[in-house]
Design a binder for this molecule. Sequence first.
Ligand SMILES: Cc1ncc(COP(=O)(O)OP(=O)(O)O)c(N)n1
Ligand SMILES: Cc1ncsc1CCOP(=O)(O)O
Ligand SMILES: [Mg+2]
Length: 217
Amino acid sequence: MKRQRERICGLYGITDGRLQGEALLETTEIALRAGLRLLQYRDKTQEDGRRVQEAAALLALCRSYDALLVINDDPELTRKIGASAIHVGEEDPGINDLRTLLGPEVLIGVSCYNDLERARRLVAAGADYLAFGSVYPSPTKPKARRADLSLFRAARPLGLPLVAIGGITQDTMAEVAAAGADAAAVISALFGAGDVAAATQRLQGLFSGKARRHHDQ
Ligand SMILES: Cc1ncc(COP(=O)(O)OP(=O)(O)O)c(N)n1
Ligand SMILES: Cc1ncsc1CCOP(=O)(O)O
Ligand SMILES: [Mg+2]
């Protein structure tokens, strides 16, 4: 199966590490039922047994909604459950090692922070999407480096889908889309919302309403 870069668009939900087990699966299904089609499993613990169980269950759930599951950080977990996408940052394994372990068909997303040179290098190395952020102060990762929204215009010629991350809420979603991001990755404003179904629909709608059609630019 070919890497599905066109699926990197719109609302990109990332699981909240505070949700585990049944609560994680139930909340994720609420978001999927409300229309989420791109999900990252992000769990920064070392609790491998639970992580394998949760990731495998999320993969089955995502497939039943025709959603793409991306695994954060962990190539071994990606391989073990047979996921078709992984996200890595500067402290994670590099693209060459990932291709050796996971093969040519797995989609690889990379964190570029606020660094266009890093983005250029990772395009050359074979990345499938580029993430920039934190575009706003992030409640989940308050110490994350900040990145300006102007990066999305600057990175457009690199030719890959562009993801914005960090502190994105209903108040800022339209601005992120208008800046030229293809997708907006969200943890707190989605999985921390009182009504996850309503938040999914609202965030997705705000993004789609302002998304640029890049071929028109
Ligand atoms: C879509 C997306 N963008 C950026 C990140 C951050 O990755 P990283 O810098 O490796 O930090 P951690 O998430 O691993 O703490 C991401 N996970 N997803
Ligand atoms: C993983 C990560 N990398 C930069 S900010 C961030 C967390 C995003 O979460 P939130 O949407 O709650 O700010
Ligand atoms: Mg990482």
